[in-house]
Every structure is written in C-alpha cells, then in structure tokens.
Design a protein. Structure first.
Length: 378
C-alpha cells in the first residue's frame, strides 16, 4: 500500500496529463516526494527501534539519589522488548507504531493483562471497530501535529505546492493571431488550440511543425521532468519539517547534526513512550512514590548519549575516568543521562582545595602573599 503516495496526491491539485508542465504537482514530483517522505519516516522509525525499554525499580534513599534495580526478565520487559505483539517481531511492531504517529494524530495500543496475577501478557493495536474506556488504552499522541488536523507533513506539502506553482512560465509563443482587447476569449481559444496541436505533433518523436509566422521564445531551457530546483525545494521543505539535515539520511552527518536531530525529533517520542507506558502498564501502587513504599517502578528508555561519541572521545573519557572516577558518582551520572548507582553518592575533590566561609580565612595561607596585601586586595 503506497500510503505516502496517496498522502502527497491529496495535496497536488489538478493534474493535466496533456501538458508538459502541470498546474502544481506533477507525477514525478509526487513520486519523488513520496519516496523522500518514506525515507525520512523509515529513518525516524529505525532510530526508535534501536532503543530498549528498561523496566526498573528505584529504591528510595533519604541521604542521596534514589538507586536503580533492573527488572530485566519481568513481564513488562518480555512484552515490550521481545514478544511480537501481533506482528512478525517486536521491531516490526514498534516501527509500525512510529510510522502511524508520523501520519496520524494519535495511536491507541491495547494492553492485555492476566486476570489473576496482573502480569502484562501482550500489547496490541486497538481494534478500530471496538469501543474502549480511556483508561484501558495506551494512547500515544503524535508530536508531529501542529493542531488536531494539521501535521508537519501537511504544512511541508502545502509549502511545496505553493512554491511549485510559482515560476511556471517557461516561454512565450508568438502565434499568427491578432490580440483583440475586446475579445480575449477568442484569442485564448486560438492560442490553446495552437499549443495543443503542437503537443500532439510532438508526441511521435519530440518534434513539432510550426508555420513561419509562429515564434517560440524560451524563458527556461531545463527539459528534465523534475529539475534540480524542484528537487532541492522538496528536500528542504521536508527535512526542515522533521528537523533533519540530509546528511542524516546519507550517513555522513556531523556530531552536531546528529545531536540536533536526536534532541528535536527522537527524544520527544522517547519521552512520551516512557511516560505513557509507565502510567498505563504499571499499577498505581507500584508506580507512585508514597510514604509507605520503599520502592517505586518505572519504564525508562536509554537516551543513547554515547552513540554520538567518536572512538577517540570514548577512549579519552575512559582514560579520564581512571584519574577522576566519573562513572561512580551519581551527581555526574545523572548529568550524563545515566542512572544513579548504590554507593555513588560520593563527592570527590582535589586535596589542595580548601573550604572557607570568608575570604579573610585565607590570609597567611600563601607564602608569597602577605596578610597586608590580602587585606588591601579585599
């Protein structure tokens, strides 16, 4: 099913197959745009399928960061990461979820629980023909919609259509007819008949006969079915809509381009998945941080921070960790997007550092500076 082709077709307007240059969208533009949209959507969906949903349990701490205990192998882990969920495999399921979010306002998923144990058994697309209560569904709202009816893709297609309509004049045709200001309709009909005859005559081998009083003045000499300017326009509008650089699709993006795309396009999807899956799949008592609970549970998604680092940067980071432990301090782990660990609420400082309340406490602490000098500096 060529879904994207149909989406684009809705926006292209009337298509006159008898003319060489159509009103706005032409078949080649529709096909190219559809293919480009498909590539963008595939890229976004594939990025999401790389992540893993982690079912975790936090242990509350009164003196530092709440520490994390992995619940790998739980019912949630089994369904979210491994089971096919009504498709061929788990990856295909999540690809379909993301692609639907790119094309529709929201996607509803229906979780199936064991009536006795409360364990999650499956997660399926909701049946459109069946009515559900809101609390029964995992509802994912698309971040790619500007309002209830207009998506980023709609805006991009509308912009492309408007710009393709501009600059359609390719040449002037001087025909053997007199322009009568009082009877322009007759002149227009004669001109259109002349153009139609020329097109029919050129259908055999690209040549058309004209009389010696007909003159063609070309304004544009680009005979490609889809010229470079149109291709660049389509690319620019679509890539901008999804906060992407073309290098993302080509695999040649810089670290800055990758991070911008990830922060603007991928992370909003991941955050929504984290929040909605946690809220709908974990019971209130297990989820809430209440007084009597020593533990509370969450579903978190790896933020993939280090996926943008080069091998040299990773080696430098590991070397730095030897001199000043980074991966054992909760304060730094949280800033890097990692989870705090038990025993990680430690603070490391240089032995030469001195804690003082007032600058005057430092007087006389340095041999090369006298007390008087320090007082004057104050």
């Amino acid at each position: 099913m060529n879904l994207f082709g149909k989406v684009v077709s809705f926006s292209r307007g009337k298509l006159n197959n008898d003319t060489q240059r159509v009103t706005a969208w032409q078949n080649e533009a529709v096909e190219y745009t559809s293919a480009f949209v498909t590539n963008i959507h595939n890229k976004i969906a594939n990025e999401i399928t790389k992540v893993e949903f982690n079912h975790v349990k936090y242990k509350k701490s009164d003196v530092g960061s709440d520490t994390l205990i992995s619940k790998a192998g739980s019912d949630l882990d089994e369904v979210l990461n491994w089971s096919s969920k009504g498709e061929h495999n788990s990856m295909e399921f999540w690809q379909k979820v993301i692609k639907k979010l790119l094309c529709t306002r929201y996607v509803d998923l229906y979780p199936i629980f064991d009536s006795e144990t409360g364990d999650l058994l499956d997660l399926l697309f909701a049946n459109d023909k069946k009515e559900y209560k809101p609390e029964e569904l995992v509802r994912l709202i698309s971040p790619f919609y500007i309002n209830e009816d207009t998506s980023i893709l709609d805006n991009a297609l509308a912009s492309i259509q408007t710009k393709l309509e501009q600059g359609k004049l390719r040449g002037l045709l001087k025909i053997n007819a007199f322009l009568d200001i009082d009877n322009t309709q007759e002149y227009r009909e004669k001109a259109l008949a002349t153009i139609k005859n020329m097109q029919e005559g050129s259908s055999y081998n690209g040549l058309t006969p004209v009389d010696n009083k007909t003159e063609i003045v070309e304004l544009k000499k680009d005979y490609s079915v889809l010229n470079k300017d149109e291709i660049d326009l389509i690319k620019s509008e679509l890539l901008t809509g999804y906060f992407m650089n073309e290098n993302i699709l080509l695999g040649t993006a810089t670290q800055e381009q990758q991070i911008y795309f990830y922060n603007s396009t991928i992370i909003p999807l991941l955050i929504q998945l984290e929040k909605e899956l946690t809220y709908k799949l974990i019971s209130t008592n297990r989820r809430r941080v209440v007084k009597d609970n020593l533990y509370y549970e969450r579903i978190i998604v790896d933020n993939q921070l280090f996926k943008f680092a080069t091998l040299k940067e990773l080696i430098d980071l590991y070397h730095e960790n030897i001199n000043g432990p980074i991966f054992t301090q909760n304060q730094l782990l949280v800033k890097m997007g990692e989870q705090p660990i038990e025993g990680g609420d430690i603070y490391i400082a240089n032995l030469n550092a001195v804690a003082v309340k007032n600058l005057s406490d430092l007087q006389g602490s340095r041999k090369d500076v006298t007390s008087t000098d320090e007082t004057n500096n104050q």
